[in-house]
Design a protein around this ligand. Sequence first.
Ligand code: FAD
Length: 420
Amino acid sequence: MRARSAVNRPVEKLAWVEAGVSSPAGSQGNDHLFDYILVGGGLQNSLIAMALLVRRPEVRLALVERRGVLGGNHIWCFHSDDVSERAGTFVDPLIAHRWPGYEIRFPGLGRVLDTPYAAVTCERLHRVVTERLSERPGCSLFLHCEVKDLAGREVFLADGRQLRGRAVIDARGPRASYPAGTTGYQKFLGCEFILAAGHELARPVIMDATVEQGEDGYRFFYVLPLARDRVLIEETHFSDTPSLANDQLRHNVTGYAEQMGLRVSGIAREETGILPMPWQGQVELPAPDGPMVAGYRGGWFHPATGYSFPVAVRLADHVSSTTPDELIGAGFLELVAEQNRQASYCYKLNKMMFGWFPPDQRYNVFKRFYRLPEATIRRFYALALTRGDRLRILMGLPPRGLSIRKALSSPLAPAQRGTR
Ligand SMILES: Cc1cc2nc3c(=O)[nH]c(=O)nc-3n(C[C@H](O)[C@H](O)[C@H](O)COP(=O)(O)OP(=O)(O)OC[C@H]3O[C@@H](n4cnc5c(N)ncnc54)[C@H](O)[C@@H]3O)c2cc1C
């Protein structure tokens, strides 16, 4: 029997006879399996779903999300170069905003970069992925559905049902909490302001660091002109601690909007994030007979930006280039090796920035970085640095503000390097 699409139907109305679904009692009333069961309907699994739907029309997939919507409450931005032409086939339909370039502002340095920039909104991601799933026979979306347990070929829902598939991909979002002294944090609060009158912003400002710096780490504002009457403004800190002073940050972004001369008439949405910027880690390899662990949970993110879009796209591309039975094959291991290789360099950068620079001096690291050639900056964000890029980033005089005392007591100091 062919599965019916379950998109947007309330959970209590989903029939036990969905393909690959068996009742709590374990009655195996059908012999159909899903090809893929995607656990967690956030960015990673939504991208995997899109990649499969676009590139592998024959697959039967189930996407299981505990909340009522896919994608939570985010705008995900990325540099257009982060996405290969092939991946564009499944990413493009999700893009809500595009800009031909962006700018950065530091004391004594302003620069416009010509790398196109783009944004996927959670609303659009939810709409497009649910529509595509609903059109495809054999695919099911389970919203409001908590996954209690999972294995390489089975998923156990909290309501007692069991899904069976040829491959399970676990992208239930961040799991790790990092021990003190092994990570910094990118933390932010952003408000999407509704404007009473249009703005004059030509492009996003992804770092405005011409603001007072302090003890809570590198501080900058991020400005995204979404429409004539909509601007997202975020205050970000690259901080030693994960605590977020929401009220203060909300006050600050509102003040920043006023300073820009924007006439704010309301706040449409607010988002917050506390993303780890660790100095150690590895992609999580699947346990024997275990699921593939994807997204943030599996270590598929950029350690030096806290962002995951480019890496999540690459993994989605891989999943859609192979079969469920060969998911964890040679291609996957190559991708893991490359992710670990790229990430290991970024772990060192994090360790240096957080370990060697006092919080109020960290902006100098980025100021120096933004003097580099644009191609290196692009590859840094894409987590696709070449050997030349890696040398270029660290070569020459160190950024201003380096604390010799901090550097000597840091684990990366020359005397201790061999012991780690
Ligand atoms: C506010 C914010 C903005 C960000 N902006 C950017 C950006 O601009 N660019 C960028 O590259 N990165 C950005 N990031 C970082 C990163 O891309 C996101 O955190 C991204 O959403 C991670 O994707 P994920 O799929 O791994 O996890 P998530 O998107 O967090 O998805 C995990 C999903 O699993 C579900 N889930 C968890 N447990 C269960 C369960 N037991 N059963 C069923 N479902 C479950 C959750 O409800 C959630 O929907 C941002 C992060 C935040 C928090």
